[in-house]
Design a protein around this ligand. Structure first.
Ligand code: AMP
Ligand code: GLY
Length: 420
C-alpha cells in the first residue's frame, strides 16, 4: 500500500515511524516532511493547505491512504477534497473539524449535548463581553473563536487582564478574524489530561491517555507553548467513556459523520472530568509518547476509521511507558533564531529504546539545522515512567545546538503515581 502523510512536525514523524512498521506498506510519502521523516518517507514539496494539489498528487501516485496531521489542513477542507476524488483519507471533514476550528461552535456543541464543560458565555461585541466579566469576576478565561496558533486562550487572573484580552482579541484583532467572537468561561482547576480517540461514525476507540506540559519552564512556569513534552500512561483515574459517549451521540444528533482522531483536552476537576477543548487531530507532542506504546497496526487502524469498520478493531497496548522531551530553540515561544547547526543526532538515535523525532529541522549545506520553535522530540521507551524518563534524557544529552532549551521535569509528576 502507498501511504501519504500530511504535515512536517514531530507528530507526523512519529506517525510515519509507526506506519513504516506495518506489513501493509510498500511506499510512504510525506508532504512536506522534514529531514528526520526523509529517512523513512519520500518528502513531497507541497504545503499542507495546498489541498487541490495534494489531492492531484494522491490521484497521480495511486495513494491508498492519506493520514492528515495538522488542523490547518483539516480546517481548510482537505478531507472533503480527497473524498470528492474518491481518495481514502484519515481525518474529519471541514464541517466536523469546526470542533477545533471554532471555539464558539465547540462550546455550543458541548453545552447543547450535555458534555461536561466550563460554564460560558459567547459574545460578538466587546461591550457585552466586558459586562459578563464584571458579572462573574476573576479568575476567568477568555478565548478567541478561531485558530490562533495556540495563543488565543487567556487565563485571566484579574478583571483587568480579562479586559485587556477582550481589547486585544476583539478590538485590536491580534488574531485577525479569529477574534470576531469570544468565548468567556469559568476558570476550572485540576490536572489536565489529553485523551485522543479514533472516531468513525458511531464507533469510538479511546487511545491511551497522555499528559502534555504546556508551560515553557520547569515547574509549569513561564509562557504557554505548543507542548514541551508528554508521557503515557498518566497514572491518573481518567475515565473518558462518558465524555465520548455523549460526544458521539451529539455528533449523530447533529448529522456529523466524524472520521479521524478526536482529541479531548480534559481537566480532572473536583466535580468530575470536564472538556476544556476538542482538537480534530492527533496531539503534538502527545503522539510522540502514545504511538510507541501501540501494539496494533496503525495502517489497519486508520483504514478501519476511514472506511467505517472501526467497531470491530481492537486496540492493544504495550506494557511500560514512553516519555517525550521536546528541545526548542532559545527564546521560543517568543522570537527565536533559525539555522543553528544540530549535532549529536546519530549518537542519540543509536541508544537503545530512544527515538529522536524531528519537528522544526531542515537540511542546509549538508547539515541539519534548526528551522522552527520546537526543534526535536526525544522519546524514551521503558518498563515504567522512571526508566522511560532516564532513556529520554540520556538521548537529550547527546544533542546540541546554540540556544537549545528543554524542560528537566517532563513526567516528573507521574513518578509518584501508580502507572495504569
Ligand atoms: P484550550 O485551547 O481551550 O485547551 O486552552 C489552552 C489551555 O488553557 C488549556 O490547556 C488550559 O491550560 C487552559 N484553559 C482552557 N480553558 C480553561 C478553563 N476553563 N479553566 C482553566 N484553564 C483553562
Ligand atoms: N499538545 C497540545 C496539542 O496538540 O494541541
Amino acid at each position: 500500500m502507498k501511504i501519504l502523510v500530511i504535515g512536517g512536525g514531530g507528530r507526523e514523524h512519529a506517525l510515519i515511524w509507526k506506519l513504516a512498521q506495518s506489513r501493509h506498506v510498500t511506499k510512504l510519502f510525506c508532504a512536506p516532511g522534514n529531514p528526520g521523516i526523509s529517512e523513512l518517507a519520500e518528502c513531497v514539496p507541497l504545503e499542507i493547505t495546498e489541498v487541490a494539489k495534494l489531492a492531484a498528487f494522491a490521484t497521480e501516485k495511486g495513494i491508498d491512504l492519506t493520514v492528515v496531521g495538522p488542523e490547518a489542513a483539516l480546517c481548510a477542507g482537505i478531507a472533503d477534497a480527497f473524498q470528492a476524488k474518491n481518495l481514502r483519507v484519515f481525518g474529519p471533514t471541514q464541517s466536523a473539524a469546526r470542533l477545533e476550528g471554532s471555539k464558539v461552535f465547540s462550546k455550543q456543541f458541548l453545552l447543547k449535548h450535555n458534555v461536561p464543560t466550563a460554564a460560558a458565555g459567547i459574545f460578538d461585541n466587546p461591550v457585552d463581553a466586558r459586562a459578563y466579566v464584571r458579572k462573574h469576576g476573576a479568575p476567568i478565561v477568555v478565548k478567541a473563536d478561531g485558530l490562533a496558533a495556540g495563543k488565543g486562550v487567556i487565563v485571566a487572573q484579574t478583571v483587568a487582564e480579562a479586559d485587556q484580552a477582550i481589547v486585544d482579541i476583539m478590538e485590536k484583532r491580534a488574531f485577525g478574524d479569529a477574534g470576531r467572537q469570544v468565548v468567556i468561561e469559568e476558570c476550572l482547576t485540576g490536572e489536565e489530561v489529553s485523551v485522543m480517540a479514533l472516531v468513525s461514525g458511531g464507533a469510538v476507540k479511546i487511545l491511551a491517555p497522555a499528559q502534555d506540559h504546556k508551560r515553557v519552564g520547569d515547574g509549569d512556569t513561564g509562557l504557554n507553548t505548543g507542548g514541551m513534552g508528554a508521557y503515557s500512561p498518566v497514572g491518573l483515574p481518567v475515565d473518558a467513556t462518558e465524555i465520548f459517549a455523549r460526544t458521539l451521540a451529539g455528533l449523530k444528533a447533529d448529522g456529523i459523520d466524524y472520521r479521524g482522531v478526536l482529541y479531548a483536552g480534559l481537566m480532572l476537576t473536583p466535580t468530575g472530568v470536564k472538556v476544556l477543548e476538542f482538537n480534530c487531530r492527533f496531539g503534538d507532542p502527545e503522539t510522540q509518547a502514545v504511538v510507541p506504546r501501540m501494539d496494533f497496526d496503525l495502517v489497519e487502524a486508520c483504514i478501519a476509521t476511514a472506511d467505517g469498520t472501526l467497531e470491530k478493531f481492537e486496540l492493544k497496548w504495550k506494557p511500560g511507558a514512553a516519555v517525550c522531551v521536546v528541545l526548542t530553540a532559545g527564546g521560543y515561544p517568543g522570537n527565536y533564531e533559525r539555522g543553528q547547526v544540530i549535532t549529536g543526532l546519530p549518537a542519540a538515535s543509536k541508544l537503545a529504546n530512544v527515538t529522536v523525532f524531528h519537528a522544526g529541522t531542515q537540511f542546509q549545506n549538508g547539515q541539519i539545522v534548526t528551522a522552527g520553535g520546537r526543534v526535536l522530540g526525544v522519546t524514551g521507551i521503558g518498563g515504567d515512567i522512571a526508566d522511560a524518563m532516564r532513556r529520554a534524557y540520556d538521548g537529550v544529552k547527546w544533542i546540541q545546538f546554540a540556544g537549545v532549551h528543554y524542560r528537566r521535569d517532563i513526567a516528573a509528576r507521574a513518578l509518584h503515581r501508580t502507572s495504569k
